[in-house]
Each structure stands twice: as structure tokens, then as C-alpha cells.
Design a protein. Structure first.
Length: 228
């Protein structure tokens, strides 16, 4: 039951992440509500995985564990930055609370943290992709997947990652991540389908990178253990 709740929260967070990136589709008010929902789900996600924090200073750190820890801590930092900057800039959700703060700093922080958060959360998802696939396989009562289907999934994954890399470059995301540009230029005439398709493929790119990085590091770790 707890596993299903965790999976449900993660799926909702993934959907909300895509909605939050598609600001030109949702508009300010929905963006704020989605952001509030994301923050609540993130807190629940951390509460359900609280044991991870307790194990931080226990056991040996392999290269894989060090990378996973770095990504997780980076996601936490980006979410804290988004939570703070979002609350300062909110015009609708917390309008009655008269919350004030450094608006210019909050805008800059929110811009960088949004795109870093998107990339880091996508990598985090990719690092757990094997576990997610395994869960779906168990739910569908499938022990073995046909080879043809596996190869088809490989080609689809490569296509999504490739198109995601093109969109990532086209949208100039790196310039926002490193604050080379401090304003995002949204195309409000772009269709909702096109916006979501681009962000899904960009997410797919970083899921792909996260998944195969973990596979590669596991292979390196197992080979080094054999030599020992």
C-alpha cells in the first residue's frame, strides 16, 4: 500500500512538473496553484522517504551512491529555492497574507531554480526508472518482455532523447540555468500540444541520461568488485 502511495505521488509530481514548465499554457493563477500542489507533494515525498536522510552518514559511499546523493540534495535545494521565491512572488494563492520579500532576487532565484529543478528532477526520475518499470511489470503480471517490444522501446527512447536534446538547445535552456538571460521569452501563440510535447521530450532526454548513467555506474562497480 505504501509503495502504491509513493508511486501515485511521484506520478502526480511528474505531471505537475510538466504543467509548471508550460507557463504560457496555464497562466499565472494556475501556475501558482500547481506550484503549491508540487510543494505539498514534495514534502509528502520526503516524509515517506525520511529514512533516506537517516542513512546519509551510514555505510560506504560508492560512485553511484555519491552521485545519487548529490542529485537528491540538489533537488532539495532547488525545491527550497522555488518554494521561497514562489511564495514571495505569489499574487493569488497567498494574496491575503501580505507576504513581502526581495522581489528582484526572488524572480532571479525562481528562474534559475525552475530550470535546474526540471533537469535535476528528470535525472532523479531516470535514476529510478528501472524500479518504476519493474513495478509496472509486477502490476501487469509480466515476468518477461518480448524482445521485439524491448527493441522498439529502445528506438523510441533514443528518438525522444534526441528530439529532447534539439528542443533543449532550441529553447536555450542553458542560458536560463546559468542566468545568461534573466527573462524567459514565452511563445504564447504556440499550441498546448506542442508545448507539452517539447517538455515531455526534454524530460525524456534527462530521464534517458539518468537511467543509462546509473546502468553504467552499476556495471563499473560490479566489475571492480570482481577484481577485488
Amino acid at each position: 500500500m505504501k509503495l502504491k502511495i509513493k508511486m501515485g505521488i511521484d506520478l502526480l509530481m511528474t505531471a505537475l512538473l510538466l504543467c509548471l514548465m508550460a507557463y504560457q499554457v496555464t497562466g499565472q493563477k494556475l501556475h501558482e496553484w500547481f506550484g503549491t500542489g508540487m510543494l505539498v507533494l514534495f514534502l509528502l515525498h520526503n516524509i515517506l522517504n525520511i529514512r533516506w536522510y537517516g542513512s546519509l552518514f551510514k555505510g560506504k559511499y560508492t560512485l553511484l551512491r555519491a552521485m545519487q546523493t548529490l542529485i537528491n540534495i540538489s533537488v532539495l535545494i532547488s525545491m527550497l529555492c522555488l518554494g521561497f521565491s514562489g511564495v514571495v512572488m505569489f499574487r493569488h494563492v497567498f494574496a491575503g497574507l501580505s507576504i513581502h520579500g526581495p522581489m528582484a532576487t526572488a524572480r532571479t532565484m525562481h528562474l534559475a531554480a525552475s530550470y535546474w529543478g526540471f533537469v535535476l528532477m528528470s535525472i532523479h526520475l531516470g535514476m529510478h526508472w528501472g524500479m518504476i518499470v519493474g513495478m509496472f511489470r509486477r502490476l501487469c503480471n509480466r515476468k518477461k518482455t518480448p524482445a521485439v517490444f524491448v527493441w522498439l522501446m529502445y528506438f523510441i527512447a533514443i528518438f525522444i532523447a534526441g528530439y529532447g536534446a534539439y528542443c533543449f538547445h532550441k529553447e536555450n535552456i542553458l542560458s536560463y540555468m546559468f542566468l545568461k538571460q534573466e527573462f524567459v521569452f514565452f511563445d504564447f501563440e504556440q499550441s498546448a500540444v506542442s508545448v507539452f510535447a517539447e517538455y515531455i521530450t526534454m524530460m525524456g532526454l534527462w530521464v534517458f541520461i539518468g537511467f543509462y548513467t546509473v546502468k553504467g555506474l552499476r556495471k563499473i562497480t560490479s566489475q571492480s568488485r570482481r577484481k577485488e
